[in-house]
Design a protein around this ligand. Structure first.
Ligand code: FES
Ligand SMILES: [Fe+2]
Length: 535
């Protein structure tokens, strides 16, 4: 959110300030729109008279908070807002005093004794002037009232934001996660305004370029079984083309999918003895991107970009970020007792965030998946997602399904299967058999996602040995996905054209909203991410 938009969101009513009378001093710690309204010249203190206590209010301007630097913390912001209210209150009293003094003058002019000494013409002129002054004073009183009222509303709003943030902090702490920074910056207050479900999460318009922070994670990009010694896997990641292949030692490498010579896509070539060969003039590259062969010409020093790339537990991982990669690659293995039955990769024409939103939502199942896994499901009177252990991990009620969002783009779920078609009322623990799912939504581009899906079961191991079972699983997975896809594509269309896809979240949207809170923090480049560790 820009500083201007922030100011508009939280500023006191600056539009009511007139430059001739009110100097508006922005509460300079950028991004936070508390405007100090003090600084008006002149006062009517001297004119205070017999009306007494009503106007006997100290001029607060000498106590104006001294604002230096760029960002206000929440306490400073509240102090400024409170000061503004004090000032506006004092200002309103001054305006009222003006009116009363003017009334006094009117009475004086109309006084029979005074009339004796003045001509009718003089009196008329004086009266007209006084009436004009009086009307002006009345207008100012109304404006003062409106300003005080708006300032009070803003103060109440800010206090709500602070309370919400404190509640959020507390729930995060309770779930054994590192809590967000103890000092609440005004910037994060603004972000809370954007992010809190009931206060308007805004995900609308074309997807913005990805923040570099989102790249500083390990991303699974392929299943090991799909990468043979002589095959290549072209992938798009964050709008750049890469190609994965195995080197001489069998270890995978990920290099730029563009030849250094004349930019031919390398994946159109082949892999020979651990080098990828460009199909145009035959230049060959090793997994670190070094060109090792240039047929028909003298070998020169040429290199293409290569990313850190490792293989772990049946998956190929890359680190697309500029920061040094973290030392450990996360484990995405199914729990003990499960056997992997299917590994499926799909390229989908949707932005990965939309797909994650969809995967993290189960409440849509009885409406969307009526031809597949949710066929015959009744619609519960209440669906909830409970997060007892972590902000991004929990279970669905009344469905026997555990679910987790694993940053940066992974969804893990375990589904209890006791009586197909009748899932209600049981937790996963109560079910004797389970299906475990892994969904990786790799951000290929702002319109495309590479989906890696892995399905494991803790029963019927024999299924693994049935010929062509892989094809059947793929068919099932595609059927389910197609039920979602037409809806998500529609959402994407609406979103690009300005609709907010998180316009009105409700309680069962909790996990999706939390993903968006996390994503917003990454997109802002926040050092401390909600619900988890810093990247
Ligand atoms: S473009 Fe690749 S070798 Fe010429
Ligand atoms: Fe779905």
């Amino acid at each position: 959110m820009s500083a201007i938009a922030t100011a508009a969101a939280l500023s006191l009513p600056i539009s009511l300030c007139r430059s001739s009378r009110f100097s508006t001093k922005k509460g300079v710690r950028g991004g936070f729109g508390v405007f100090a309204l003090f600084g008006e010249e002149g006062s009517l203190v001297d004119k205070k008279s017999a009306w007494g206590a009503l106007f006997d209010v100290e001029d607060p301007r000498s106590k104006a908070p001294q604002l230096k630097g760029k960002f206000l913390d929440v306490n400073q912001a509240l102090e400024v807002a409170r000061f503004d209210i004090q000032y506006l209150d004092w200002r309103a009293r001054q305006d009222l005093l003006t009116i009363m003094l003017l009334h006094e003058k009117v009475v004086e002019v109309l006084n029979p004794l005074a009339r004796e000494y003045k001509s009718i013409g003089t009196m008329k002129k004086e009266l007209a002037e006084l009436q004009a002054e009086l009307a002006q004073a009345h207008r100012e009183v109304h404006i003062s009232e409106a300003r005080v009222s708006t300032a009070l509303d803003k103060l109440a709003y800010m206090e709500t934001l602070v309370n919400d943030r404190l509640l959020q902090d507390r729930s995060t702490t309770e779930s054994d996660n590192p809590s967000p920074s103890a000092s609440i910056s005004t910037q994060s207050l603004v972000d809370i305004k954007i992010n809190l479900p009931r206060k308007g999460l805004n995900v609308s318009g074309p997807v913005q370029p990805y923040h570099p922070s989102l790249k500083n994670f390990w991303y699974p990009v392929a299943f090991s079984t799909d990468l043979k010694d002589d095959t290549m896997i072209p992938i798009d990641c964050f709008e750049e083309p890469w190609v994965v292949f195995r080197g001489k030692d069998g270890k995978p490498g990920c290099v730029q999918n563009t030849c250094a010579h004349r930019a031919c896509p390398l994946h159109l070539g082949s892999v020979n003895e651990g080098r990828i060969q460009c199909p145009y003039h035959g230049w060959e590259y090793s997994t670190d991107g070094k060109c090792e062969k240039m047929p028909s010409t003298r070998l020169r020093n040429a290199k293409i970009k290569a990313l850190p790339c490792f293989e772990q537990e049946g998956m190929i991982w890359i680190w697309p970020g500029n920061d040094p990669p973290t030392a450990t690659i996360p484990s995405l293995q199914p729990p003990p007792g499960f056997i992997i039955h299917a590994e499926i990769v799909m390229e989908l024409p949707v932005e990965h965030g939309l797909l994650l939103d969809n995967l993290l939502d189960l409440a849509h199942a009885p409406f969307t998946h009526t031809s597949t896994f949710a066929k015959g499901w009744s619609v519960p009177s209440l669906v909830k997602f409970l997060t007892p252990s972590s902000g991004l991990q929990g279970y669905w009620d009344p469905y026997p399904i555990d679910m987790e969002f694993r940053p940066p783009c992974i969804v893990l779920s375990t589904i209890g299967i006791s009586k197909p078609g009748k899932l209600e009322g049981q937790s996963t623990k109560q079910c004797s058999t389970h299906l475990h799912q892994l969904h990786v939504c790799l951000p290929s581009s702002r319109q495309k996602t590479r989906l890696l899906y892995r399905m494991s079961l803790d029963f019927a191991p024999v299924l693994k040995h049935i010929p062509f079972m892989q094809y059947l699983w793929r068919h099932f997975a595609e059927q389910v996905l197609n039920e979602d896809l037409r809806l998500v594509l529609g959402q994407q269309d609406r979103m690009i054209n300005g609709a907010n896809i998180w316009n009105l979240p409700v309680s069962y949207d909790k996990l999706g909203v939390r993903y968006r809170l996390w994503r917003d923090a990454v997109d802002r480049g926040a050092k401390q991410l909600p619900f988890g560790k810093s990247p």
